[in-house]
Design a protein around this ligand. Sequence first.
Ligand code: NAD
Length: 511
Amino acid sequence: MVSTLKMRNPATAELLGEVKEATREDVQKAMTVAQSARSIWEGVLLKERLGYMKRLRENIVDQADELADHIAKDTGKVKLEALMSDIYPTVGMIRYYERKAASILKTKRVPTPMILMGRTSRVEYRPMGVVAVISPWNYPFQLSMVPIVSALIAGNVVLYKPSEISSWTGKVIEGLFSSLALPKGVFQVLQGGKDTGRHLVDSHPDKIFFTGSVATGKKIMQSASEGLIPVELELGGKDPMLVFADADLDRAVNGALWGGYTNAGQTCMAVERVYVESSIYDEFVRRVKEKTETLRMGWTDEADLGSMTSLQQINIVESHLRDAVEKGARILCGGKRINRETLHFQPTVLVNVDHSMRVMQEETFGPVLPIMPFSSEEEAVELANATPYGLNASIWSTDMQKANRIAAKMDSGNVCINDVMVGVANPHLPYGGNKESGVGRYHGPEGLLTFVHPTSVVTHPGKKTREMNWFPYSKEQYEAVLSLIRLFYGSNPVQGLKGLKQIVKEFFRSE
Ligand code: NAD
């Protein structure tokens, strides 16, 4: 049965259109086409692949305003956020790879140890084949485009499944790629929900790049293990912000607001827990509340906060708030939807919180800032690391020595000092999570290396009948190998030198 997905603007409830969900058969057909495109794309020189990506980048910039509009309609976010957090990181990353991919993917000659003398060694970075990219809805453009582009530059073909909640952006991305006229089958879009995602995993791609929730990531890893398919998982977060008494308070307050509320809090690297040194706690809370109440919600260029994107996510936010209040937390401001027609949720400040509450342990993914005091550096570090997540952490202090010391103790893939989330916007930096926040890294050189098989190649001129360790074995051969090991790896190389004659004899032995 053919099923369709209806696409709506969550900030206005306007119907944008509908798309057909890909069935198991559609996925299988796409996989067959992708497999036949694989050798064609692998044969396209890196320079030409980068030429396509340069055109893609220029097209994105030419259409930036229109694209920001589409992304904003699809998600309910304000246009500036679409521009800054979806479009900028994408073009920034393409530009970075245009400049760096040749050196990252270049075959590298590596030394060959003396014990293997006569040979040369190199590493080649070969494409993996068909890469499945499965994306979420919160930054539907950036979190699709960056892995897609990285996989293509590395020489793979891509099957891309957008989130069912942001299919409109999936269509927009399909349009951008069709205007590039890539060879047939190099890039294909499979619209649909969980079932389509499952069919894609079952179609046995050569690599799965998944961004989404921990629960889905675990399911995908489990299914992928059946076929030993390599997976990269970019999952959720519960990011701590540690504010010390010597921090610039205005900057820390503004950082907490943006880090907690941008994209209506639906950011994997959002500030989800704020810990403030006791001596400035009351003042910090007062200022956060005051500034939160000045933020404007809506759907225009003047709004600070757009709507949330899915009703299901609002239900999670509400359940976290209920649980916290039942356990003694106090909502200082916000805490509700602004109406029943759209998905706008008020920015919310929460105090009297502790770690028994879901809002301090599970990903809330909404515009909520729970704030808790701490009294020592050790306690701050302990609280920050006390969740199953490890995506991003921020440390706020003007004492750089202290900030760097604490940053080094964060069990987290990304750390910012006196800043929030910004690491993800620098294409030179690797990005990914520790603990349940994920498996693997992308962006930076890692972002291409995750899509290749580093292949070792050893070359011998081939004009020697045998090697000193080949059959038939002899006592002399044993002595020669022992001398070599002593010579190069022992504490007393002179001992090995005694066997030099034997080494030379065995090295040149032809029978
Ligand atoms: P989700 O896990 O519900 O869905 C993500 C994608 O997986 C969607 O395309 C969905 O259709 C697909 N999917 C669902 N079940 C599947 C299955 N069994 N097999 C294959 N595919 C399946 O996540 P979401 O709600 O779309 O996104 C929000 C989550 O993503 C949050 O937890 C957020 O923290 C996380 N996220 C992480 C990062 C990161 O870079 N670490 C970035 C953004 C979002």
